[in-house]
Ligand binder design. Sequence first.
Ligand code: AP5
Length: 210
Amino acid sequence: MNLILLGMPGAGKGTQADFIKNKFHIPTISTGAILREVSNSNSLLAKKVRGFLDAGTLVPDEIIVEMLVQRLKEDDCKNGFILDGFPRNLDQAKALENAGIVINNVVFLKISESEIISRMSGRRVHLPSGRSYHIVHNPPKNEGRDDETGEELVLRDDDKPEVIKKRLEVYFQETEPLLDFFINSEIIFDEVDASKNVEDVSNEIFKILT
Ligand code: AP5
């Protein structure tokens, strides 16, 4: 199963990717998590990448596409993978095709803009894995701690209101056109009502994927 999760920032892609990963035993590849790791490293790229993340704009394709394609060639992706945050624009979708990477399913998590703000303001993340929680809707077992590692959860720097606004603008301009691209492709495309609670959304996704 080679799956793409599409949706607005905060729609619940990362949350659902985790459920799918655990059920189907395939890895989640989150470009946001990869880029946050780069931005926190001592590499030459770190400062450059951090600038885009903090501004809420997309990191240029020449930085992310090759990284992603190489990641998908690793052994753990042999039996499938979940793409969370990629592709983000038409050129990235075409780059997947050009690299010979076949996608079987696209699941679009549909939600309104007004829901997004409350979701992001209550979000807490485990930066190394990209696992995300919500203080009310999806709390960790122990407050402020990641369920799997027990490590500290933090607020993401790009969850400030002004950056959220920019990320939504970028979504409408660059990512939303992907909906038509996939609807008109051979790939199986499904839409899920992502405003439901976490469990209902994952049950709906499981129904689609099984
Ligand atoms: P990225 O990390 O991909 O962020 P995003 O797409 O903006 O999505 P989010 O991670 O914010 O949200 P999500 O949909 O995963 O929601 P979550 O499950 O956490 O990208 C960050 C940045 O990296 C970009 O701005 C860009 O700069 C760069 N980048 C990344 N990929 C790139 C690419 N391909 N090309 C170029 N640049 C790239 O849920 C949100 C909250 O809601 C959580 O608190 C969660 O617990 C809660 N929640 C989830 N589901 C529900 C539910 N059903 N009910 C109630 N609460 C829920």
